[in-house]
Design a protein. Structure first.
Length: 253
């Protein structure tokens, strides 16, 4: 996710690798994540379940395909001429400029624009030119997600499997860009031309409601984290209900 103020990134929240690593390396409940319907049959670990692997794999493939296709489509059609990115020119060059283009209104009035931006850095432009670090964080996040899948979910924790697949897809989609293109391709800009009231502005100087440009991979990462939190919440509610039912009724003395 990159700043919309210019064609070169000034700020970003897309660092999928960092976000995935931080969220997935946190504490994981010892109980199976996100399986409110857990029963004795569902105690089979996910890594031993073909159906669990199918859910994880199919959602992952669909999400990665959507992300990569959308990036190719945007950089081919949003600007007046298709934008061809050469790795040797883009990689390690935060000053690389895309051809000027006015952008395309996708949802009016001023709800969503398509605007091409390249992201070389992390949040608020920190870490420009440190692609290898972001790639390493992504690899760590992927390994952690697979570990959570195998050790902390059961064959019926489908909600968690969908969330993990989306997190994996978001991280891999942006890692692909860093390896193959040299920077992450962003093109979605929410609420363009809408300004903050009372002269307020974000760090970096922008006064737009949402000054960042992002991509499908960013959306998948955020959606995946939300689904995982929802799965954990549902599981905790179920565990609390089971604990309440397990308490024997008290009899008057």
């Amino acid at each position: 996710m990159t700043s919309a103020d210019s064609d070169t990134p000034a700020s970003t929240t897309d660092s999928a690798a960092s976000a995935g690593s931080e969220a997935l390396t946190g504490s994981v409940p010892s109980a199976v994540i996100g399986s409110p319907e857990t029963s004795a049959a569902s105690a089979i670990p996910a890594w031993r379940s073909p159906s669990a692997w199918c859910v994880l794999f199919l959602v992952f493939i669909a999400a990665v395909s959507l992300d990569l296709w959308s990036k190719e489509w945007a950089f081919r059609t949003v600007a007046p001429q298709p934008v061809v990115l050469i790795y040797e020119q883009v990689s390690g060059n935060p000053g690389y400029s895309l051809p000027w283009h006015p952008g395309v209104s996708a949802i009016a009035p001023d709800l969503l624009d398509f605007h091409l931006v390249l992201n070389h850095g992390a949040v608020f432009g920190i870490g420009q030119g440190r692609g290898p670090i972001f790639i390493a964080f992504t690899v760590l996040a992927v390994c952690t997600a697979l570990w959570v899948f195998g050790k902390h979910t059961s064959s019926r924790s489908h909600l968690s499997h969908i969330g993990l697949a989306l997190v994996l897809a978001g991280g891999i989609g942006n890692m692909y860009d860093r390896i193959a293109v040299g920077a992450v391709r962003d093109f979605l800009h929410l609420f363009p031309h809408r300004e903050l009231p009372w002269g307020l502005h974000w760090p970096g100087g922008s006064n737009e409601w949402f000054p960042w440009v992002f991509n499908i991979a960013d959306s998948e990462l955020i959606a995946g984290m939300f689904i995982l939190m929802l799965a954990i919440h549902l599981n905790e509610r179920r565990q609390a209900k089971l604990a309440a039912l397990a308490v024997p009724p008290t009899t008057p003395g």
